[in-house]
Design a protein around this ligand. Structure first.
Ligand SMILES: CSCCC(=O)C(=O)COP(=O)(O)O
Ligand SMILES: [Zn+2]
Length: 207
């Protein structure tokens, strides 16, 4: 397809997340909105090595997640989650990555159905500047049926930015544009990494 500015924006984010090794085993998918009426967005092609930059990394899909232009590329297997985001919020970009830290946190806090962070300076990167600001990230079950997963995911799309952890799978973050979505993803991963290290060190000290 003819490359548009959103293509380059998403490709740059993909390269940056790849440099952090956040696309292990071809996992992860990324999307960026291209138009509102009708909704169209670029999404990563399924099953690709997302560490490589190629001419076939993304395809344009419609509001149902079907290719909007003739292509042999298959949209991400998790396109339906991005479909829900662009149909239910005003987000402009959505990012999904699997990391060891987000998987560990999702498993540890699964019984509570959410993980809550408070008293961390990095929370300001999520746009919360109050001293006692807290951030709650819901955790949903990793059901194999994507339409069912997408329905559960969609019940947490109450704001134009946010994040949902999928148990032992990964995180999906959405925000108004690519810059904000990447910033939020980095802040969440910082919090997860901090918490994993803190709990591990505490368990050593308390032994
Ligand atoms: C190998 S990871 C399993 C599928 C997945 O969870 C994922 O994020 C990548 O799937 P895609 O179809 O977007 O490549
Ligand atoms: Zn995934």
């Amino acid at each position: 397809m003819l490359k548009i500015k959103q293509w380059y924006e998403l490709a740059d984010i993909k390269d940056e997340l790849a440099s952090r090794d956040w696309f292990m085993g071809t996992s992860g998918n990324l999307a960026i909105k291209v138009s509102d009426h009708p909704v169209t967005f670029l999404v990563t092609a399924s099953g690709k090595d997302k560490k490589k930059r190629t001419e076939e990394d993304f395809l344009l899909v419609d509001e149902s997640g079907n290719p909007a232009l003739p292509t042999y590329l298959k949209p991400s297997a998790e396109t339906l989650l991005h479909v829900k985001i662009y149909n239910q919020t005003n987000a402009g970009c959505s990012l999904h990555v699997h990391t060891v830290d987000n998987n560990v946190i999702s498993e540890l806090y699964w019984p509570q159905g959410e993980v809550v962070f408070k008293g961390q300076e990095i929370i300001k990167a999520l746009g919360l500047w109050e001293e006692d600001a807290e951030i709650r990230i819901p955790i949903i079950d990793n059901v194999a049926d994507i339409p069912t997963l997408a329905e559960e995911f969609a019940s947490h799309l109450t704001k134009d930015f946010g994040a949902v952890l999928i148990r032992n799978h990964g995180i999906t973050v959405w925000a108004k544009n690519a810059f904000e979505a990447k910033k939020h993803l980095e802040a969440y991963e910082f919090l997860f990494s901090y918490q994993v290290k803190l709990l591990a060190l505490k368990s050593l000290v308390l032994q």
